[in-house]
Write a protein that binds this ligand. Sequence first.
Ligand SMILES: Nc1nc2c(c(=O)[nH]1)N[C@H]1C(S)=C(S)[C@@H](COP(=O)(O)O)O[C@H]1N2
Ligand SMILES: [Mo]
Length: 239
Amino acid sequence: MHKPASSPLRRLILKATLILPFLVGIPQKIFASLQKRFPTRTVDDHVPSFSPETGNLRTRDGKSFPYELLLDGLVKTSVTFRYSELLSLPQHEQTSDFHCVEGWSVEDVIWQGITPAELFSHLEILPEAQFCVFHSLGATPNGPGGLKYYIESLPLSTLLDPKQECLFALKIDGEPLLPERGAPLRVIAPYQLAYKSSKFVHRISFSEKKQDGWWTVANPIYPWDAPVPKSRLRKRNPA
Ligand SMILES: Nc1nc2c(c(=O)[nH]1)N[C@H]1C(S)=C(S)[C@@H](COP(=O)(O)O)O[C@H]1N2
Ligand SMILES: [Mo]
């Protein structure tokens, strides 16, 4: 007898029709809105995973400890902030475009976090300080110039100029940063190319001298001062 409904192929097609819209449709939509417009560029290995619920980092060998942001260098006294302390500071939201040197851009990214002016109001910066050096979690075992992890720096004047819209971002679209976006905290400097926007930042050091960043050390075609070319900006650089 001919039993089309129970042939393996038909059953498979039936199952697929039931499951596919779910598998392909819904998660993809959610995923797309969260992630898809954002390519990920990460050279770091062994970045500890971060839990926004506990504020803890966990290394690959299972060690867990609280994330702390250390502010040190040319300051009267070093200060550390735990994740919950960072969240309890006034949060600022800003929308900006994100431009990678490779040529791709992400428009209208909504970041939330702490402005440099707000964060730095909690410490006494010495007058010699001209730059902030950003140290990232994780490691780059074969890093350029022997750099053991991702490092970058920006002028203090840029960070403190509200027109430059710099931010220490903790969230994107109202949600804690995902690992690929730089959790727990990343720098945002919209008028500089994205390699200046360090992810996984755990230490900000105030310094008299600039520090060439990871990509600048890797290859001088990536200059330390990396303004987004005018042709790529939708808004004029206020500098
Ligand atoms: N710690 C760290 N920060 C980083 C990078 C990195 O590899 N490690 N890549 C930079 C580069 S080249 C770009 S384009 C952006 C990419 O950010 P995204 O991965 O969130 O798109 O992060 C920048 N910050
Ligand atoms: Mo980049």
